[in-house]
Each structure stands twice: as structure tokens, then as C-alpha cells.
Design a protein around this ligand. Structure first.
Ligand SMILES: NC(=O)c1ccc[n+]([C@@H]2O[C@H](COP(=O)([O-])OP(=O)(O)OC[C@H]3O[C@@H](n4cnc5c(N)ncnc54)[C@H](OP(=O)(O)O)[C@@H]3O)[C@@H](O)[C@H]2O)c1
Length: 256
């Protein structure tokens, strides 16, 4: 791998994104960590630097798509032109279908669809010029099928998968790659707060709620953030042909 390879990883202050940054850093990428909370980003940066990895941070709210240029400039200033973009930042609001508001839909699409598109638009010209690059979208099995009480999230993740497929068709015949990685439920803050919300309704404990979610995965257990990160790092390193990679099947495989 080119030793100056630069990876932008959004949503990398914690959870799956932090593990993806760690996995890419261990493979020699210099890392731009992106999230809203500057304090959490600084502690993620310190954690990675203690391991000897190179990391810089950029605190922005990605719901404002105009920050894509700021993110790209920060990567350039810190390390150089990015070869890898991982669109991982996300939130997962829950509501009954008829309680899903336009504002929820707008916010979810801003973060899961418009920001990834804006960031991809920003980095692609440089990637095309250099003839190398890889864009990974952290999608979900919610981008391929539906789960109850997650209409906005399910719609946004379906759109994210569609966007990635569209990009992949336009990258055919080049050395550039676009992947949509689809895990099932992963043990992170998002799932733990969903379990806490279920427990607050009084019928299940938090552990039972986590177990119910795990059982919705085809593999009947939750993925770990490290497993998702290893998958992303392998795709980036090996650059196989394919677009939609489903982790929640045995064995994990490309759908298309
Ligand atoms: N956990 C699961 O079961 C699961 C399953 C499939 C797919 N995924 C996907 O995996 C991705 C990561 O999820 P996770 O479970 O690791 O979540 P998480 O632990 O809650 O981390 C989310 C990350 O995104 C950042 N973020 C959230 N809103 C942002 C915004 N408006 N602008 C910039 N950064 C923002 C957060 O930092 P700040 O809050 O500081 O901004 C944080 O770094 C998401 O796209 C999610 O949809 C998760």
C-alpha cells in the first residue's frame, strides 16, 4: 500500500467508526476522524496515537452537507489527498410509521444520504485523477429489508445502498471502488440506547432487549464493531469486484 494513503472516516469518535479508523490505521493509513463532538474526537485521536497511528480530527455536523469541502481541506492540510472515504456517521431514530415526521426523514436523509453524496463528490475528482480510491458506505441490512419502527432509517439506508450501487456502476472499468457494507445489529451505543428505551417501557430488561435484537440477525448474535471494521479494512486492502457486501449471512458475501 502507498505509505501516504489517507483515509477519511466519518462518525469515528466511537463505535464502529472508531474501530474502522483503528483497523485502517493499523494498515498504514493516516486518518481524518470526523464527528460533531470535538472532545470525543480528541480522545479518540489520543487513543489511536497512543497505538502509534497517525490521526487528525475535524469536528463538523454532517447534516450540513456544505461542510464536505471543510472535511476535504482538513484531510489535505493534515496529510494530503484522501484515497479512502468511509461514510459511517449515523443515527437511528425510532418511531411508529405514522409518528415518523418530515423532520425525522429530512435529518436521517441528510446524514445517511446527502452527506455521503457530498463527501463522495468532493473526493472523487482527486481519486479519478490519481486512478485510485475506495469509498465505503456503512449501510445496514436495514438498507435491504425492513425492521419495525425504523421507517426513516430504513428508507435512508435503502437510499444509501441505491446511491452506492449507482456510483459502483459508474466506476466499472476503473481501479476505483464503491462498497455498501451491510451488517445486522452491532453491539454499540445505538443498539444499547435502543435496548434501554425498550427496557424503560417495562416489559423486558435491557439484556433481554439486546438478546431480542441479536436474534433478528440471521447469524443469531450481534456483530462486534471490530468485525465490521475488519470487513471494511479487508475490502479497502483487497479491493474485490462487487458492491453490496452483506455481513449478516453465513458466510458473509456480496449480494451484487
Ligand atoms: N449499531 C448497529 O447495530 C448498526 C447496524 C448496522 C449499521 N450501522 C451503521 O453504522 C454506523 C455507525 O453506527 P454506530 O453503531 O457505531 O453508532 P454510534 O456508536 O452511535 O456512533 C455514531 C458516530 O456518528 C457520529 N455522528 C452522529 N451524528 C453525526 C452528525 N450529524 N455529524 C457528524 N457525525 C455524527 C457520532 O459522533 P457525534 O455524536 O459526536 O457526532 C459517532 O461518532 C451508522 O451509519 C449506523 O447506521 C449500525
Amino acid at each position: 500500500m502507498n505509505p501516504t494513503s489517507v483515509a477519511i472516516v466519518t462518525g469515528s469518535s466511537r463505535g464502529i467508526g472508531l474501530e474502522i479508523a483503528r483497523a485502517l490505521g493499523r494498515k498504514g493509513h493516516a486518518l481524518l476522524l470526523v464527528a460533531r463532538d470535538a472532545t470525543a474526537l480528541a480522545s479518540a485521536q489520543q487513543e489511536l496515537e497512543r497505538e502509534g497511528l497517525r490521526a487528525a480530527t475535524c469536528a463538523v455536523d454532517l447534516r450540513d452537507a456544505s461542510c464536505a469541502d471543510t472535511v476535504l481541506q482538513r484531510a489535505r492540510d493534515a496529510f494530503g489527498e484522501p484515497d479512502v472515504l468511509v461514510n459511517n456517521a449515523g443515527t437511528a431514530p425510532t418511531a411508529k410509521f405514522e409518528a415518523t415526521t418530515d423532520a425525522m426523514l429530512d435529518e436521517t436523509f441528510a446524514l445517511h444520504v446527502k452527506a455521503p453524496l457530498a463527501l463522495a463528490r468532493a473526493v472523487l475528482p482527486g481519486m479519478r485523477q490519481r486512478g485510485r480510491g475506495c469509498i465505503v458506505q456503512l449501510a445496514s441490512t436495514a438498507g435491504l429489508r425492513a425492521f419495525p419502527f425504523t421507517s426513516a432509517y430504513t428508507a435512508a439506508k435503502h437510499a444509501m445502498v441505491g446511491l452506492t450501487r449507482a456510483l459502483a456502476t459508474e466506476l466499472q472499468g476503473t481501479d476505483l471502488r464503491a462498497y455498501a457494507v451491510c451488517p445486522g445489529f452491532v453491539d454499540t451505543e445505538i443498539t444499547r440506547s435502543a435496548a434501554a428505551a425498550i427496557a424503560a417501557r417495562g416489559k423486558l430488561t435491557k439484556d433481554q432487549a439486546m438478546q431480542k435484537m441479536a436474534e433478528q440477525n440471521v447469524i443469531r448474535r450481534m456483530h462486534t464493531p471490530a468485525e465490521v471494521a475488519a470487513t471494511v479494512a479487508r475490502l479497502v486492502a483487497e479491493r474485490p469486484l462487487g458492491c453490496t457486501f452483506v455481513m449478516d449471512r453465513d458466510p458473509p458475501a456480496f449480494l451484487d
